[in-house]
Design a binder for this molecule. Structure first.
Ligand SMILES: CC(C)(COP(=O)(O)OP(=O)(O)OC[C@H]1O[C@@H](n2cnc3c(N)ncnc32)[C@H](O)[C@@H]1OP(=O)(O)O)[C@@H](O)C(=O)NCCC(=O)NCCS
Length: 186
């Protein structure tokens, strides 16, 4: 029996650089409010399920995350969170990150509000908050065209593609590894 191929991920990187010279922030076609969430606000990461929220919290308070910046940016419309972008510090699953690097992940827009520029603007706002001094990462399934576009529109560099290798048969313990650098991609 042949092993199933591991799914391929795109690894995007924002090396720290000042973005103050940029033009106006990317437009959002719906009216709403941006709000930052931090773990002291509530135990539950906005829009994230109970189990994942509890895991995130345990990793934050248990110092599995290397630094203290675990947080999320929300876009709120009529009291509903219609978008979240979570900012994760480095942890063992992402050995390619340096200790103080951050990763934008668990990014989600409610289906009814997709294609309005919300995710693109959210990543822009995360860059504005952290990206002058910190390296940011953004990983996405290679086949997720909308998510890849969000990184590209924010001028992240595609540094390579790679896989998630399970450890001891468990995905949770597995590590993300870059297997093909950008210059090896066709
Ligand atoms: C990925 C996701 C967060 C994007 O959110 P969004 O708020 O719709 O993003 P934006 O409106 O900023 O649009 C991003 C770009 O993707 C494009 N896009 C949307 N759907 C697309 C598709 N199916 N194929 C190709 N491009 C697509 C948009 O047209 C836009 O590009 P453009 O401005 O050049 O036209 C959203 O699709 C989502 O929540 N998906 C499910 C969860 C997910 O896959 N998360 C990513 C995990 S890494």
């Amino acid at each position: 029996m042949t092993a199933r191929p591991l799914p391929e991920f795109c690894f995007f990187k924002w090396p720290p650089r000042v973005s103050s010279g940029e033009q106006a922030p990317p437009a959002v076609n719906v009216r709403g409010n941006w709000d930052w969430w931090v773990p002291s606000c509530s135990w539950r990461t906005p829009g994230v399920g109970c189990l994942d929220s509890l895991t995130f919290l345990a990793f934050h308070y248990g110092w599995i995350y290397e630094t203290r910046e675990f947080c999320a940016l929300m876009f709120i419309l009529d009291g509903q969170t219609v978008h979240r972008s979570v900012v994760f510090p480095r942890w063992f699953r992402f050995p390619f990150m340096a200790r103080t690097d951050l990763q934008i992940g668990n990014i989600w827009t409610a289906p009814a509000f997709r294609g309005q520029g919300i995710a693109t603007r959210a990543v822009h706002e995360v860059r504005r908050r952290f990206g002058d001094q910190r390296t940011l990462w953004y990983l996405t399934h290679a086949g997720n065209a909308a998510s890849r576009r969000v990184a590209e529109k924010n001028r992240f560099d595609l540094v390579g593609t790679g896989v998630r290798k399970p450890a001891l048969g468990l995905n949770l313990l597995g590590q993300f590894t870059i297997t093909k650098k950008q210059d090896e991609l066709q």
